[in-house]
Ligand binder design. Structure first.
Ligand code: PMV
Length: 336
């Protein structure tokens, strides 16, 4: 089954009227129980379910305008080179929805992720593009279906359709119609995320390639599905009960295990730089001193700190360069 088959199937049920443009926003999300490994490479169907937190207002705003004379992408006002990976991936995605052979698009995309956070924007980028297409063609598709379409662009984009805590169900169908994300009904006002940029250099290996290599060669990958399923259940409980230590420990352990599966692949994939390891030790030292701060990491060298508002001053003193994000509206502070 191809991406185009899935798109045709979904759009066969809805009417389409093209407006002059479509515009939408979507948040970046950070996985707490990670998606690592595909059961279908073409449709980005995952081996396991995963759970993430969206970063509130931080993400991508995308406008899509039909343009009969050719494709163009502007990112934060600058034209994007046709030879860049994101240009190629986004254009391949948009080609799935072209109304005719002569239908092209101009895309204007703005990222509002804290500057220099070194966050990949594929999750928010493909989610915002999917929502903008829904506007442009007046499909009125439900969020669950938008999540399925966004997944065809990038797996983690399926979760960026929603705010707050989000679970992406792995599903088991070959066409992926049961592999979509949905929001969890929990709010954690005092939760904070610190984006600690260690390097902004391009990744040495894409997450797509790294997943493929890990699944094919890592002797540790066999244990990964069980680990994620267990962590996902624990995280849901910890979030529901706002048990921060359990939450932080489970997320950190999940990230470290994901990196362990890659390090054990052959050739080994190690996204960590010496600075990454140095920061990890600083976090562990802080914890030894009684400061409840944990971390997670994706397919790159940068660290995302997990902590509560009450620890903000200590975290800021220890990591003055971290960009602090409140994923939920913050709770009113008591008068002092
Ligand atoms: O959606 P992709 O192909 O960029 O893969 C994302 C993989 C991780 O960020 C490492 C984990 C995740 O669940 O987001």
């Amino acid at each position: 089954m191809t991406k185009q088959d899935v798109v045709n199937h979904i759009l066969s049920d809805c009417s389409s009227v093209m407006a002059s443009s479509g515009r939408a926003s979507a948040p970046v999300n950070i996985a707490l129980a990670k998606y690592w490994g595909k059961r279908d490479e073409e449709l980005n169907l995952p081996v396991t379910s995963s759970l993430s937190i969206s970063l509130g207002p931080h993400g991508t705003v995308t406008e899509i305008i039909p343009n009969p004379s050719g494709n163009a992408i502007f990112c934060n006002g600058e034209p994007m080179g046709e030879d860049t990976v994101f240009h190629r991936r986004l254009m391949n995605f948009l080609a799935l929805f072209r109304p005719s052979q002569a239908g092209f698009f101009t895309v204007r995309t703005e990222n509002s992720i804290p500057t220099a956070a070194g966050l990949a924007s594929s999750s928010s980028g493909f989610a915002a593009a999917t929502k903008a297409l829904n506007q442009l063609f007046s499909w009125n598709l439900p969020d669950r279906t938008l999540s399925i379409l966004a997944r065809l662009g990038s797996g983690s984009a399926s979760r960026s359709i929603f705010d707050g805590f989000v679970e992406w169900h792995a599903g088991s169908l070959a066409d992926g119609m049961d592999s979509y994300a949905e929001p969890l009904p929990y709010v954690w006002h005092d939760l904070r995320i610190g984006l600690l940029t260690v390097s902004q250099a391009a990744k040495p290996i894409s997450s797509r390639e790294a997943m493929r290599q890990t699944v094919a060669t890592s002797p540790l990958y066999r244990q990964w599905p069980e680990k994620v399923n267990g962590d996902l259940a624990i995280l849901k409980r910890a979030i529901r009960d706002q048990e921060f230590a359990l939450f932080g420990q489970t997320a950190e352990s999940n990230a470290l295990t994901m990196h362990a599966t890659m390090i054990a692949a052959w050739p080994s994939i190690c996204y960590w730089l010496p600075e990454t390891v140095r920061e990890m030790h600083r976090i562990w030292n802080l914890r030894r001193d009684g400061v409840p701060v944990y971390f997670t990491m994706d397919a790159g060298p940068n660290i995302k700190l997990l902590f509560l508002q009450e620890t903000l001053a200590t975290v800021q003193a220890a990591f003055p360069n971290a960009a602090i994000v409140a994923p939920f509206p913050t709770s009113p502070q008591p008068n002092t």
